[in-house]
Design a protein around this ligand. Sequence first.
Ligand code: PLP
Length: 454
Amino acid sequence: MIYAEVMLHIEMLMDTGELIPGKKLPSIRSLAKRLDCSVNTIIKAYSELEKKHKIYSVSKSGYYVVEQVPSRHSGAANTGAIDFLSAGPDKKAMPYRDYQHCINQAIEVYKEEMFTYSEIQGLPSLRVELARHLRELQVFTVPERVCVVSGSQQAIHLLISLPFPNNKKNICVEQPTHLSMIESIKCQQATAYGIEITANGLDMDRLEHLFKWNDIKFFYTVTRYHNPTGYSYSNKERRKIVELAQKYDVYIIEDDYLGDLDPDMQQDPMFAYDPSGRVIYIKSFSKVMLPGLRLGLAVIPDFIRDSFLSAKFASDLHTPVLTQGALEIYLKSGMFKAHIQRMRSIYTRKAALLQKAYQELLPPSAAYSGSLSGFYSTIRLPNPLKAKTFIEHLKQGNVHVDDARKMYLPDFVQDSVIRLSVSQVEEAYIESGVQTIARVMKELINTTLQVKFI
Ligand SMILES: Cc1ncc(COP(=O)(O)O)c(C=O)c1O
């Protein structure tokens, strides 16, 4: 008998109810004797079943059948919906086994650290790995300046609350910008000045005006694959923004949440144009790994280090050691690098398919943004369609998109913009999703015209 047959035998006993959850399995020796095979065959079978989380071992006692926790999603019927609303990473492309391995290893390596509170700034050995990884993104810094945060949103939220050496009070943000930034501004009652981001980027004269006259503490910018528009600045634009910030003593919070996915190595982060501390670089691991891990980093300049760490301490003491440890192992082993290569090609392909579908299927009166990220892009609906009604009609066609209204400051709100994320839509469904969007647009335009005519 080979080990796979032993596994099958045990799994069958579980299925028929002869081996119920919590029941102890026969000892290795007795089962080997009963099934007339070697002890090693049983050891291998038990170890594979353990990896599949069907059984678990108790030291000096033996192996037991695991209590099966039903998956939250196992009962969910496949609704056939095309989901441009969810913005998490592509579920099929996630290497869960690798993560599992890293988490298991992290439990072993950081066993002791989990019995106590850890460093506010993050595990020192992880920060070494992060500083090394940042070099690939043209961010040259030292581990002492890297701060691990519980998602990049935490860094953004804390920075809004802190005083900066320019003693200025207000912040400046692109319009639209992502929802959690808007929520942070609202919740902290910060005064924020918006600057519209269009298919041509920013109006630099307007930005200069804001920097000059509006007491701007920092400019928060998503420099690559902007959320929601998908816009990426050219190096020329990035340099110009940094020059303006230097001229008017404004800081820059550079949110490079999707930087890892950019295949173009010629793109510089703004940080590269002023590593002195004028640009605070932030990065997330939510899109390239998992949002549930809550992992991000900020490259914190010396002038704000103490206040940032105090705020981080007051907020959550430190980011969980287990996920930090797993990320460290993932980076160190080279698994992250290999994973990124795969992610880049998956998302680049999706982005290209979406752009092709937009180009071929949307009516000329609909304007879309030209994102290459494999995550976000926006469509401005043709006049007089409104996002809210459009989205309701689209749902009946089983296609889901997001209303971008909540991604604007009150003075900038647009009610005819929808956001699509293509990250969780399978390639085969991208075109039909856009087809439905185009169809519903045409139907609604016709209805509106008829109503007007009557
Ligand atoms: C531009 C941008 N920055 C930051 C975040 C927050 O990321 P995290 O999960 O790392 O907090 C998001 C989330 O989608 C985002 O779109």
